[in-house]
Design a protein. Sequence first.
Length: 185
Amino acid sequence: MIADVVKELKENQGKAVDAFKRELSRIRTGRANLAILEPVRVEYYGSKVPLNQVASLSVPDARLIVIKPWEKSSIPEIEKAINVAEIGLTPQNDGEVVRLPIPSLTEERRKDLVKQSRRLAENAKVSLRNHRRDSNDFLKELEKNKDISEDDKKRGLEQTQVATDESVSRIDEILAEKEKEIMEV
């Protein structure tokens, strides 16, 4: 029973870490990364669809994203969608493709991005602690209902703490990597 609680905790914390990675991937680092285009939704035949469903996306070099629409008539809609998404990039089109040059970041902007990354990391850690609290409460409830012994509860609480510590250290590693990437000139 304790193993089930710990297994569920690890799954939930793994999802929280994955969500943190996705959030971090959307932060611009001065290098071209297709993840920054995830929030872009293009008006296409009356419905809003993700950009990657109306065009092929590529990164020919570190400072450029190229968007090649499947229909040239959708170029104005793609440009409009990029501007509406407020991702901080200005689209340039030549009638065939849309180019998104990635400007280099100023030192001040890099520091702001590091602060933003740390805020995201702290939110992820709060999520991990909430999952730990829920698991601990469940273990205490099991002991109260005499489903497990006090020793089992104590062992379960220790295991949930170990799992949480592992997840927190993973978030710290991911954050350190992202900060290094952001501050790289």
